[in-house]
Design a protein around this ligand. Structure first.
Ligand code: KIV
Ligand code: ZN
Length: 390
């Protein structure tokens, strides 16, 4: 693997599925997993096998059908979790066990009523046990975002020695600032003995709207895996959005970081996940929202009609959206009306356009959006219509 490749670890079917009321059945999970594999993700976190018989069944079924990606199952640092995950993953071509434990003082004290040395011991034991089943073992230091860097480095060093191949540094509560998260990754790169034997992974939550920015800061500072979900779905305010990090890396080639994602599939996958889970995607969602390539103000429409790049940094086709949308509203100008009229077969002269535009504005003030039928009606009913060929 080249050093500028960022692995995409998709956790839509595990962390993403933790959205209340959005449980998927095995059939739906299989369809999504197959599409994620085509999309080109490197790792699919298929579930948390010990959590329920249904999750076990899904992880096992996904392991059987995924052709290229690594299939991963989550566990706590508990022997039975690990044994059950190994069993669920036994048909996977490339199985990975993802085990870990909370490392922040708050988790150590309140979740485990324990101490730092005991946590390191449990972490090492879990990784060693997981290694007895599979070669590829990822360790997560839960709440790493609020774990002091010095102690986190000690935990990382110990689990690498025990054989961890990937170190997941989750900002579980979405608390870190990008500069802070980036500095944490840099600190680990510079202070953990044996760090080059493992891949550092970013797993960021979006409680302050910083999940994507933090993940990007993480890879800029040396991480080489991002854990993310389609549409950014996940616990509370969600996880890092896969489509966002992938397109950021693609649109900023000077960062010299890339992924293997077939970006033209992003919009289709977004729709599939949204429909399967019954979660509506906000219209202004970056990359995949209904308005991500829609232009409604006159100034912007005029620019986009002249040259798409004036107001778009991404070619919509690159993410599977057929074309930019020129939305007609009371804020639209003559250029947008003429453009839409032309698409409908009306070649308007300047004089005709000026007059029809007045009727258009009167109509648009009564409606949120003016559709093709409305444009037909406005033109057909206008006095100046005589002589207009359609
Ligand atoms: O957010 C988190 O810390 C997690 C871990 C279980 C990886 O999802
Ligand atoms: Zn998480």
């Amino acid at each position: 693997m080249s050093n500028n490749n960022v692995q995409i670890f998709d956790t839509t079917l595990r962390d993403g599925e933790q959205v209340p009321g959005c449980k998927l059945n095995t059939e739906q999970k299989l369809i999504i997993a197959e599409q994620l594999d085509y999309l080109g993700v490197d790792v699919i976190e298929a579930g948390f096998p010990v959590s329920s018989p249904g999750d076990f069944k899904s992880v096992e079924a996904i392991s059987k059908i995924v052709k290229n990606a690594t299939v991963c199952g989550l566990t706590r640092a508990v022997e039975n979790d690990i044994k059950v995950a190994a069993e669920a993953l036994k048909y996977a071509k490339r199985p990975r066990i993802h085990t870990g434990i909370g490392t922040s003082d708050s988790h150590i004290k309140f979740k485990f009523n324990s101490n730092r040395e005991d946590i390191i011991e449990r972490a090492v034991k879990a990784v060693s046990y997981a290694k007895s089943f599979v070669e590829d073992v990822e360790f997560y230091a839960e709440d790493a975002g609020r774990t002091d860097n010095d102690y986190l480095a000690r935990v990382c060093e110990a689990v690498i020695k025990a054989g961890a191949t990937v170190l997941n540094i989750p900002d579980t509560t979405g608390y870190c600032l990008p500069s802070e998260y980036g500095a944490k990754i840099k600190y680990l790169k510079e202070n953990v003995k044996g760090i080059d034997k493992a891949i550092i992974s970013c797993h960021c939550h979006n409680d302050l709207g910083l999940a994507t920015a933090n993940s990007i800061e993480g890879v800029i500072n040396g991480a080489r895996q991002i854990e993310c979900t389609i549409n950014g779905i996940g616990e509370r305010a969600g996880n890092t959005a896969l489509e966002e990090v992938v397109m950021i890396l693609k649109q900023h080639p000077y960062l010299n970081l890339d992924t293997r994602i077939k970006t033209e599939m992003l919009y289709g996958l977004s729709q599939l996940v949204s429909d399967s889970m019954g979660i509506y995607t906000q219209p202004n969602k970056a990359i995949v929202g209904a308005n991500a390539f829609a232009h409604s103000s006159g100034i912007h429409q005029d620019g986009v009609i002249k040259q798409r790049e004036t107001y778009e940094i991404i070619d919509p086709k690159d993410v599977g959206v057929t074309e930019s949308a020129i939305v007609l509203t009371a804020r639209s100008g003559r250029a947008a009306l003429a453009y839409r009229a032309k698409n409908l077969g009306y070649e308007l002269t300047k004089l005709q356009l000026d007059e029809i535009y007045i009727s258009f504005l009167d109509f648009a003030d009564t409606k949120k959006q003016v559709n093709d039928d409305d444009v037909h009606q406005i033109i057909e009913n206008s006095k100046i219509y005589n002589g207009i060929s359609s």
